[in-house]
Write a protein that binds this ligand. Structure first.
Ligand SMILES: [Zn+2]
Length: 369
């Protein structure tokens, strides 16, 4: 069954806010305790890697005797802390991540709880959560009636706002749609993509202005004395701008993917590995910030909901170097060459040429063309 998460703002009372803060703290405490214990176990199994992998984490329940205040918070939140640490160890043993780290006070303030025996309910602008009872929620969109709640993650941002991400599950059997309209997209650094007709998805002007403002605010912050009142004030300003930009970007990516999913039956993209790409090309942060992977995630589920397809073509496919008219492949093409000129006389914008090739390759995979 597919999953879908919905994020809303929470407005806890002062009392609820205190309990939330306590829960964040307890989750961090239990996580660190288990990690500490686990490190002790590790030391005794140092020479036996296989035995080490099989070692189980201690359970949060055992700490409740010595630390009775743990009973005051949602026990599911503590159980999820254990699951998270387990995941961190699995990632570590498979080589995907480094050794799990202790969580300090600066770590993300967040915890996850699950729906068990109807302990979570939505009603009339309020959500019922374990231990917290009814918390005011701003439901700016409806969760469809056929979705069932699985889990909730509550987060407090650096600017002191509370959010809840409600993970739902739903039955869905879309009828596969006959593929008639297909579009190819070429990833673009500055905009988001260029399609095979030359249309570009442009980030809105207010978003680019906000980015400039953030850069400026960060410069001011770097000049302030660390820990001073003015530094704290500026840091809050930077955090607020960050939040605003993240939201604006997400909204834009939702919009852009929504339009494509409605307009086309299949969308063809290159299967880019963004992390590898930013490292290889030294683009640094900007590739991540561009939001391409978030965009493709949105695009995929929005298409699939309608029985449509997202086609990913191999990242080694020479989309930029191939002439989209005659098919000849160039030996080299530097990043600075913005125009694609072929011996056959074909001249086009480099990105558009690539997008046409991506579309063609997608049609091939679909068995059309
Ligand atoms: Zn050509």
């Amino acid at each position: 069954m597919p999953n879908k998460a919905y994020k809303f703002r929470l407005y806890p009372t002062q009392e609820q806010e205190q309990l939330l803060a306590k829960t964040f703290g307890c989750v961090r405490f239990v996580y660190n305790k288990m990690l500490e214990e686990r490190i002790h176990i590790d030391e005794s199994f140092k020479d036996d890697k296989e035995a080490l992998k099989k070692q189980k984490l201690p359970t949060p329940a055992k700490y409740k005797k010595n630390f009775p205040w743990l009973k005051e918070v949602d026990s599911l939140a503590l159980a999820n802390a254990q699951l998270n640490l387990q995941k961190a160890f699995t990632n570590f043993f498979s080589g995907r991540a480094g050794f799990p780290k202790f969580k300090n006070r600066k770590a993300k303030q967040s915890y996850t709880t699950n729906l068990v025996n109807g302990n979570i309910k939505l009603s009339d602008g309020y959500i019922q959560l374990p231990k917290l009872k009814w918390v005011k929620i701003k439901l700016h969109r409806q969760i469809p009636a056929h979705h069932t709640i699985k889990a909730c993650t509550i987060t407090k941002t650096k600017t002191g706002k509370h959010f809840i991400s409600i993970l739902t599950e739903y039955e869905h059997h879309p009828v596969p749609k006959e593929v008639k309209k297909v579009v190819g997209l070429d990833f673009s650094m500055n905009t988001l993509y260029v399609d095979n007709e030359g249309k570009r998805a442009n980030y809105p002007r207010f978003y680019r202005q906000a980015l400039e403002k953030l850069a400026q605010a960060q410069r001011v912050l770097s000049r302030r004395r660390k820990g001073s009142n003015r530094w704290h004030k500026q840091r809050l300003k930077v955090a607020k701008l960050h939040e605003k930009i993240t939201n604006q970007r997400r909204d834009f990516l939702h919009q852009a993917s929504h339009q494509l999913a409605n307009r086309y039956d299949a969308v063809v993209i290159e299967d880019l590995n963004m992390k590898g790409m930013s490292q290889a090309l030294h683009f640094g942060q900007s590739v991540h910030d561009n939001g391409w992977s978030m965009f493709t995630t949105f695009l995929q589920y929005k298409l699939e909901e309608q029985g449509k397809k997202l086609i990913k073509i191999d990242k080694w496919f020479p989309s930029s170097k191939t002439c989209s008219r005659c098919g000849q492949v160039k030996v080299s093409l530097s990043l600075s060459e913005r125009l694609f000129c072929c011996e056959c006389g074909f001249v086009a914008d480099r990105d558009i040429n690539a997008a046409i090739n991506i579309k063609k390759e997608g049609l091939k995979q679909l068995g059309i063309a």
